[in-house]
Ligand binder design. Structure first.
Ligand code: SF4
Length: 388
């Protein structure tokens, strides 16, 4: 099977104005160990992506951390896409805090430092949204739930106050988001423990906007706010932190591998990760899927075409990424009949044959997207593959 990049996820930074408990990339509010993709590298990567992806409807996804920390770089990249008539759809994931910053939140020391850094200090929420729209941002997804959002200001600014989210949605809807051409998506994900608080936050927002529920979404006149997210989500947790409940691999595989468990056709949420890849991390690392499972290269070391060529030619002698390339190719062959590749799927088959593997992985990682970060686990999986 050939790996073809479908959509391009650009993790513009690992820095964030929030400090969500479940953040799987462990985004930081501090300047230490921060990484950024500037517009030069994003434009170069988009051009390389266009040469190796066959997907004419690809999305260019600006994500993070909080991508608006590089507001001007995103504007430059959007303008480039617009001017060069690249036919991809640029969209952005945000927690909405810096775009919607008003009042006390805007004046907070940490937040005002971030606004200065991003260039958003020169903008009101209205002018910031206007700039994004003019530059061609097609759609925007705002994460709003009890993890990302609080009813009021909170001292540590770990969450975005709801009044900033209301301001942002007012501006987005005023300026034409919330249509089929310019999707406005509300991403609501929570564990059972956060269900009530999250639903209260959403209810308050929707009633402020004067929208009505229709099915899963919200409508008013000819505008629509699409609701997405994972309800009953198990907190994943910051890598290395133990204060949140960890999703066991066993549960993840149950979620993921409906098809392989003999249930009806279809995939759980994690299995769409390959469909959404590749993922370019803020330090340039390239993961073949959106779950950031296995590292296959770095855009500061090589171009995206070469990275995918190495993967497609099973170039496992590559010193740095060879082990991952070997694992991915094994998985690709192993799951050929399923037409899609997924780490979870393949591991599930391996685990059915080798139950001990599950114990080892569960003890050491917890989730498939941590597997490719851990060299010892890669070796364990390789050993199973070699002996298979
Ligand atoms: S808003 Fe997103 S990137 Fe920022 S801390 Fe929360 S989950 Fe992480």
């Amino acid at each position: 099977m050939r790996y073809e990049p479908r959509h391009l996820n650009l993790h513009v930074t690992n820095k964030c104005n929030n400090y969500c408990r479940f953040c799987y990339i462990s985004a930081t509010q501090h300047d230490k160990n921060e990484f950024f993709l500037d517009s030069n590298i994003m434009i170069r990567t988009i051009n390389e992506f266009s040469k190796c992806s066959l997907n004419p409807n690809a999305k260019i996804v600006f994500t993070g951390g909080e991508p608006t920390l590089k507001f001007n770089d995103i504007l430059n990249t959007l303008s480039y896409i617009q001017e060069s008539h690249i036919n991809y759809s640029p969209v952005m994931f945000t927690n909405g805090g810096l775009l919607g910053a008003i009042g006390k939140y805007r004046k907070n020391k940490v937040i005002s430092h971030m606004l200065n850094f991003s260039g958003l200090n020169k903008h009101t929420p209205k002018s910031a949204v206007n700039e994004l729209k003019k530059a061609g941002l097609n759609g925007i997804t705002v994460s709003v739930d009890a993890n990302h959002t609080s009813f009021n200001d909170n001292l540590k600014c770990h969450q975005v106050p709801l009044y900033c989210i209301k301001e942002l949605f007012d501006q987005l809807l005023d300026q034409g988001y919330g249509t089929a051409e310019n999707e406005l998506i509300l991403d609501v994900s929570y564990s059972d423990a956060e269900k009530q608080k999250s639903e209260e936050i959403i209810e308050n927002l929707i009633s402020h906007l004067n929208f009505k529920k229709k099915g899963n979404d919200y409508i008013k006149d000819n505008q629509i706010i699409i609701r997405r997210g994972v309800v009953g989500f198990t907190l994943v947790g910051r890598v290395g932190e133990t204060n949140v409940e960890q999703l066991k691999l066993e549960d993840a595989l149950d979620l993921t591998c409906e098809k392989l468990n003999g249930k009806k056709e279809g995939y759980g949420p994690l299995c769409f990760n390959y469909e959404h890849g590749p993922d370019i991390d803020s330090n340039g690392d390239v993961y073949f899927c959106n779950g950031q499972s296995f590292l296959i290269g770095n855009i500061f070391e090589d171009n995206l075409q070469n990275i995918f060529l190495a993967l497609n030619t099973n170039h496992s002698i590559n010193e740095k990424y060879g082990a991952n390339i070997k694992i991915l190719n094994f998985m690709s062959n192993f799951t050929k009949q399923n037409k899609r590749n997924c780490i979870g799927e393949t591991l599930n088959i391996l685990i059915q044959k080798e139950p001990d593997l599950l114990k080892t992985i569960n003890n050491a990682a917890g989730l498939c997207w941590n597997l490719g970060r851990n060299k010892d686990l890669q070796q364990i999986i390789l050993n199973y593959i070699i002996n298979y």
